[in-house]
Design a protein around this ligand. Structure first.
Ligand code: PGA
Length: 261
């Protein structure tokens, strides 16, 4: 019922020309995907990558958006600037932005509302730290992130949620499929309480945190997990294609040119 969505988060990697080379390699590899395929690229790569993916099944995402429509916000980028280049998705509230750039649940909320209003689909990131998990605070933290982050949103149909336990990001330490599934089930329950059971059934919730070609199949087999937000493993066409083919692992390797295996 929920179409899986596999999104690459390139973070601060790939110049525009490197990004174009990556999507050119990806296009033939993922053209038969049974899921939605997205690349969230650095803002300055957007024009070139947007042109390169035209006519393909790869959708374009940004990694942040400002909440004002325009104005005196030096260094920021508005939703309409993203829209003009065909950007469809935007990551909001990634833990790296929360950790290094002062992002809070309140600013996540403002950005999410602005993105929805402009017709972008926010991929809203939530997740607990290791200390929070170990002290039994995971549900409390996620509840707060959802309650504040989604304040004022009418329904969840235009949103994707990414559950990214901070301790699993870039560490090679993946949540077990069961852990991820259970926590995502909790997020869905919370969404049912705050919105409606039907909205909660329909909203897509990704897992993110050291998801790779090896563990994607097991994670994606879990009933609550609707996709992945992939950092490191989205930077190599072969790895990302293997994740996209989580449902047909043989296809992924069959299609790969020898030098990529
Ligand atoms: P990772 O990053 O796959 O490199 O752990 C995921 C993310 O930060 O979105």
């Amino acid at each position: 019922m929920r179409t899986p969505i596999i999104a690459g988060n390139w973070k601060m990697n790939n110049t525009a020309s490197e990004g174009v080379a990556l999507v050119e390699a990806l296009k033939p590899l993922v053209c038969d995907a049974n899921c939605e395929v997205v690349v969230c690229v650095p803002a300055i790569d957007i024009p070139a990558v947007s042109a390169a993916i035209e006519g393909s099944n790869i959708a374009l995402g940004a990694q942040n958006v400002h909440f004002a429509k325009s104005g005196a916000y030096t260094g920021e980028i508005s939703a309409s600037m993203l829209r003009e280049y065909g950007v469809k998705y935007v990551i909001i509230g990634h833990s790296e932005r929360r950790q290094y750039f002062g992002e809070t649940d309140e600013t996540v909320n403002k950005r999410t509302l602005a993105a929805i209003e402009a017709g972008l689909v926010p991929i809203v990131c939530i997740g607990e730290s290791l200390e929070e998990r170990e002290t039994g605070k995971t549900e409390e933290v996620l509840s707060r992130q959802i309650e504040t982050g989604f304040r004022g949103i009418d329904d969840l149909s235009g949103i994707v949620i990414a559950y990214e336990p901070i301790w699993a990001i870039g560490t090679g330490k993946t949540a077990t499929a069961q852990q991820a599934n259970e926590t995502i089930a909790f997020i869905r329950k919370k969404c049912a309480e705050l919105f409606c059971p039907k909205c909660a059934e329909q909203v897509r919730i990704q897992y993110g945190g050291s998801m790779n070609a090896k563990n994607a199949r097991e994670l994606m087999a879990m009933p609550e997990i609707d996709g992945g937000l992939i950092g490191g493993a989205s930077l190599k066409a072969a790895d990302f294609s293997s994740i996209v083919h989580f449902d047909r692992p043989d296809m992924a390797s069959m299609k790969l040119p020898k030098e990529l295996l």
